[in-house]
Design a protein around this ligand. Structure first.
Ligand code: ASP
Length: 352
């Protein structure tokens, strides 16, 4: 059981650059085992914490991440929920934002920190960013507020010096250590000499309800990104994929799309066939306002719903999650309009 005097953290290693080593023949980075990783962070022993670990065997490059692995992570967290104060998930950076988003929906009414982190350079490399990321993530997972409650009972990504709500993050850099951003929601904490928490921004659980893990996903979804010149046949083929149930439509600016007759017609027909179409912007920052321009208004009339200021990672995992629960079309549309885990800001004031 977690104790007040000695915080306990479960470290879950899924794979990713942080634990990789270079293949001497090809020079490519490959997954390596967890002991190797721990050997390079002797500082962990200096924590006055009980740190246990669980590793994926074999570890995976996060490009291979799948909903099945998300369910596995939820299973591990649920199984150990009462034994630990917090959880740190070591994960490849490439799909970390998808996993963080998915977990934020799957771990309903979470009352403990689940902090994902990784690195751009393997832990065995001299200039690695992995060590600091790991050490600070553990400290955050164990942190408590004045009332003795977990400081950040949310699924978060900690990277470089920022703690961000997981379902608000996007990987924005393939090279810099500062690889993640949360454009539409402020960081929950900044790590400098001290870790400075923004307590007013952190979601607290509803203490009248228990923590509830979920496992089901339906992957009959697609992300369709618009571009000038997109062909009717392309859009039509995508919207007619067998079994398709939902589309994340990445539009321009504040939710605008071509006004061509065929485009609006294809969307309208798809919506009438029961396909849920969610409008999010291709811009990294800002929100969809379909009422703002005529081009967006036509989408609204065609039955497209707003994804507000959602990231693509959050919109697609939320749809998979809701579809996985076999909810009705109306119910899914309703929940896409609500923040389930702080992933959207639905009630942004209209400009006109
Ligand atoms: N390809 C790696 C992964 O996502 C990259 C990383 O960890 O940064 O697993």
């Amino acid at each position: 059981m977690p104790s007040n005097s000695c915080p306990s953290v479960l470290l879950i290693y899924t794979g990713g650059t942080i634990g990789m080593i270079e293949n001497p023949e090809t020079g490519a980075l490959e997954n390596f085992n967890f002991d190797h990783l721990l050997k390079h962070v002797p500082e962990l022993k200096r924590f006055n914490y009980r740190i246990s670990s669980y590793q994926f065997n074999p570890p995976i490059d996060s490009s291979d991440m799948e909903p099945l692995y998300w369910a596995k992570l939820v299973k591990i967290i649920n199984y150990n929920y009462n034994q630990f104060d917090g959880f740190v998930i070591l994960h490849g950076t490439d799909t970390m934002a998808y996993t963080a988003s998915a977990l934020s929906f799957m771990l309903e009414n979470l009352a403990k920190p689940v902090i994902l982190t990784g690195s751009q350079l393997p832990i065995g490399v001299l200039r690695t960013d992995g060590k600091e990321n790991l050490i600070t993530a553990i400290e955050i997972a164990a942190a408590r507020n004045d009332k003795g409650e977990p400081m950040v009972p949310e699924v978060c990504i900690f990277f470089e010096n920022r703690l961000m709500r997981g379902n608000r993050t996007t990987k924005i850099n393939a090279e810099n250590f500062n690889a993640f951003r949360s454009f539409n929601y402020p960081a929950l904490a900044h790590a400098g000499i001290h870790i400075k928490y923004e307590e007013h921004l952190i979601i607290r659980p509803d203490t009248s309800r228990p923590f509830k893990p979920h496992y089901l996903f339906d992957t009959n979804v697609v992300i369709l990104s618009l571009f000038p010149g997109i062909r009717e046949q392309t859009v039509s083929s995508i919207l007619h994929v067998e079994g398709l149930k939902a589309v994340v439509l990445r539009t321009f600016g504040s939710g605008n799309a071509p006004q061509k007759e065929w485009f609006i017609r294809l969307l309208k027909e798809a919506a009438e066939r029961g396909i849920i179409i969610v409008n999010i912007t291709q811009c990294a920052s800002g929100t969809v306002e379909m009422e703002r321009y005529e081009t967006g208004y036509h989408l609204l009339e065609a039955g497209v719903i707003s994804g507000y200021d959602s990231t693509p990672e959050s919109a697609v995992t939320k749809l998979m999650f809701l579809l996985g629960h076999g909810l009705s079309h109306t119910e899914i549309r309703k929940r896409m309009n609500m923040a389930l885990a702080g992933e959207i800001t639905p009630n942004i004031k209209k400009k006109r």
